[in-house]
Design a protein around this ligand. Structure first.
Ligand code: RNT
Ligand code: ZN
Length: 413
């Protein structure tokens, strides 16, 4: 008997249908963030990364042109199983040198090559306005700025991005998840915490006044606790964002690097699912702060996946990755993080949720603990290997990544 057949039997004795799990995991769309490939630089302003987020490291070979980024993404796609979506930021607009426009003038045409790229690969596109790394970010403020010229510029940017999102949805036939995150905040204790939030609220209302199809574009709002250099006050705090999305009927986005270190998104998801049709996630790994390390197959990633699967919410949660490590080969950073998300989903699909829930319901906590511990050493690796095989993805990607580094990345610049 093969190791996979053997594993299948073991899971069967635990009450788990491995074939059903394999069929389910391959259909979960995971939105792949394009910004791991170039340290969140983009192609428009090429300003230094701002907004209180940071990439650290200087590993050679990063993508600096659309063609390079697309080639790298293709390499990544070939090494990751499952259904993929492409997640773009507005700063990745592709413009001819003689036809450069600013972010308040962006139009679908500036993303036509990306649309073609996604279409050729049968993928949907998710989108993000870029409210950072730009000269119009004044005093670390965008949509909450007291300077009307600044605020209006960014409102226009947001509006253009809603239109571009609708274009992606219509052209691909797959809904577009558009996420708004602003870095706005203060390094030190503010005198007025109210007015910036009032302006942010007004700006969001103005952006959302653009007519769009709510079945095609899912607008999200991402909260945050603090940024580098913006430690004392964040305009788009958890409470602001949660109240705003609830009032407006848009989608909350939770980035698991955006909470105090002992708070976990896995514990928040059930509450969110009780009150929202959809919830969006940025899966990342914060080490001591929102450091955006590569996602691993660790306890919290598994627990997040478990919460999605055991509440039957795979079609209500938009899963996206969001991290940027410049200290290692960027292709491997992408692949390791995306495989970790896939592993966590498969792992969660291989848990006997109904039995576990029943043990809790009947307060059989002794057996619950034992069963949860036993499941940790079930032959997951053999099912994972089978999943990769069925998806036509090689298990060991070190040699493949290293060969690409030698043939492609090392020759850049
Ligand atoms: C920043 C947010 C945001 C960004 C991306 C690039 O803390 O997590 O989602 O990482 O938009
Ligand atoms: Zn994020």
């Amino acid at each position: 008997m093969s190791r996979f057949e053997d594993a299948k039997n073991t899971y069967k004795s635990l009450g788990v249908d491995v074939e059903a799990a394999l069929a389910a995991v391959s259909k979960v769309p995971v939105s792949i963030h394009c910004w791991q490939g170039d340290d969140v630089t983009g192609f428009d302003s090429r300003e230094a990364l701002s907004g209180g987020i940071q990439t650290t490291g200087n590993y050679p070979g990063k993508a600096t042109t659309p063609a390079e980024l697309m080639a790298d993404l293709d390499k990544v796609f070939s090494l990751v199983p499952g259904q993929k979506k492409l997640n773009l930021h507005a700063c990745y607009a592709i413009m001819e040198p003689n036809a450069i426009v600013d972010r308040d003038k962006l139009a679908p045409a500036h993303f036509a090559p990306w649309l073609q790229f996604a279409k050729e690969r049968g993928m949907g596109i998710d989108f993000n306005p870029t409210f950072f790394s730009h000269p119009m970010v004044k005093d670390n403020l965008t949509l909450s700025s007291p300077d009307e010229t600044v605020r209006k510029f960014w409102v226009e940017h947001g509006k253009r991005c809603v239109e571009i999102s609708q274009y992606f949805a219509e052209e691909t036939g797959i809904p577009c998840v558009m996420n708004i995150w602003i870095p706005d905040g203060y390094k030190d204790i503010p005198a007025d915490r109210y007015s910036p939030r009032a302006r942010f609220k007004q700006s969001l209302d103005e952006i959302l006044s653009v007519p769009y199809d709510k079945n095609k574009v899912f607008v999200c709002l991402e909260s945050k606790v603090f940024g580098i250099g913006l430690e004392s006050y964040t305009v788009g705090s958890a409470e602001f964002c949660l109240n705003y999305v609830t009032q407006k009927g848009i989608v909350p986005l939770m980035d698991n690097g955006h909470y105090h270190p002992t708070e976990v998104v896995s514990d928040k998801l059930s509450s969110m699912l009780l009150f929202h049709d959809h919830v969006a996630l940025h899966v990342t790994r914060g080490v001591r702060w929102d450091s955006d390390h590569v996602v691993l197959f660790d306890d919290e990633t598994k627990e997040i996946a478990k919460e999605i699967v055991c509440h039957n919410a795979l079609d209500r949660v938009f899963i996206a990755t969001d991290y940027f490590d410049a200290s290692i080969n960027r292709i491997s950073a992408w692949v390791t993080g995306l495989r970790s998300v896939q592993k966590a989903l498969l792992y969660a699909l291989l848990l006997p949720h109904e039995q576990l829930k029943a043990l809790q319901q009947e307060n059989r906590t002794t057996e619950l603990m034992i069963m949860q511990e036993e499941l940790k050493t079930a032959p997951f690796g053999d099912v994972w290997a089978e999943y990769l095989k069925r998806e036509g993805v090689e298990a060991d990607y070190v040699s493949s990544v290293k060969a690409y580094e030698k043939e492609v990345l090392a020759k850049r610049r």
